[in-house]
Design a protein around this ligand. Structure first.
Ligand code: SF4
Ligand code: SF4
Length: 156
């Protein structure tokens, strides 16, 4: 009898315990302030063009080879009658988010401050049915910063 009461007590204690599970996707766990998401490209609002010169440094440094960069002559360069000092500029850029391991190396090696880790990402929402949909092209990589949707970065 004593054993029965003891086991019932354990059952009741577990029954009254606050649940540890979350009702995802209705309830999201807040991400840490310094959460590092995926890289994106930054937009030079003064010159109305990307900061990226297409120099390939990040592409060569990426340990999982998930970046592809193409450059072109900048039509906005001073020699062409424009305002930009960038002789070369990015033409095409792809990052495969399905392969990116969010290591930040591409940001570290960029000499033009043209790429940064996105700090507005709500991680769980990147799910897609087709892996190919995780390959981001140049307009997609530039869109958030161009629209001013990126939060100020937390100083390291
Ligand atoms: S964060 Fe790392 S893995 Fe992802 S694109 Fe940059 S260098 Fe490659
Ligand atoms: S993001 Fe930076 S390192 Fe990568 S191609 Fe553009 S300028 Fe070069």
């Amino acid at each position: 009898m004593r054993g029965l009461l003891k086991s019932m007590g354990v059952t009741l204690a577990v029954f009254a315990r606050k649940p540890v599970t979350r009702e995802y996707p209705d309830t999201h766990r807040p991400l840490p302030e310094r959460d590092r998401a995926f890289p994106l490209l930054l937009w030079d609002h003064d010159l109305d063009e990307p900061f990226c010169t297409g120099c390939h440094a990040c592409e060569r440094a990426c340990p999982v080879e998930c970046m592809t960069v193409l450059m072109k002559d900048n039509p906005n360069h001073r020699t062409q009658g424009g305002d930009s000092t960038r002789r070369k500029i990015v033409d095409k850029f792809w990052i495969d988010y399905a392969r990116c391991m969010r290591c930040n190396i591409c940001v570290e090696v960029c000499n033009f401050d043209a790429i940064a880790m996105n700090n507005t990402w709500q991680g769980h929402e990147t799910s897609v049915y087709d892996r190919a949909d995780l390959i981001q092209d140049l307009p997609q990589l530039l869109a958030e910063h161009k629209a001013g949707a990126i939060k100020p970065w937390v100083p390291q």
